[in-house]
Write a protein that binds this ligand. Sequence first.
Ligand SMILES: C[S@@+](CC[C@H](N)C(=O)[O-])C[C@H]1O[C@@H](n2cnc3c(N)ncnc32)[C@H](O)[C@@H]1O
Length: 227
Amino acid sequence: MGLIGMWRGRRPAAKPPLPMRLDARNLALAAKGFLSEEDGTRLYELAYAASELGPCVEIGGYCGKSALFLGEGCRARGRHRLFSVDHHNGSEEQQPGEEYFDAELYNAAGGRVDTFPHFMANIRKAGLEEWVFPIVGRSSLIAADWSRDSNLGMVFIDGGHSKESVEADYRGWSRLIVPGGWLCFHDIYPNPADGGQAPYEVFEAARATGRWRFEGLFGSLGVLRRR
Ligand SMILES: C[S@@+](CC[C@H](N)C(=O)[O-])C[C@H]1O[C@@H](n2cnc3c(N)ncnc32)[C@H](O)[C@@H]1O
């Protein structure tokens, strides 16, 4: 067993005093998306802790599943909010003919995938419009205009899953995290038989810099904390 396997199960600091609101949790579980209940619960707890330090950012909003868990963590804490970055036209594997294409998310008039209406509908249903703010566009371009004094409490990376995309998201956003803030990656699979390796490789490269403390692997969520 590698180091990652031995670290499973540690909880983030400042666990929320209350579990997630049941109606928001049910909405999150019912939303289209790629997050397990375990991953979602951990995101809720992390956002609760991290949003005390500064705003939270997620890359990859899709239909709002992770944003509901993260935004609800921010709401429960009552300090900073979530910014959810996505161009809302789907990743490579979500395009027509690809493995994760969903015809319900295809806007025939526009001739492309459009997840934005689904994202907003879920945020509104959960009453989180004042806690979750979408930023629609390409992640690397948006990151370039955020300055270091953005002082982010947390960044959750779940956008494009090619090596190039994950690296760009890591480079563009991790530099904005305050000391003590969290950097989380989705789809971390130490065993190649379980899934694509790009997020895992970037996650390991981040660890190797020595700038991050390894907090654990929870489901497929890899969690680092800035030293
Ligand atoms: C795996 S999905 C995110 C799933 C979501 N976090 C959830 O919980 O269901 C990846 C999302 O990243 C977005 N995406 C991919 N590459 C992107 C980029 N370069 N900039 C912005 N968004 C991107 C896609 O549009 C897609 O909605």
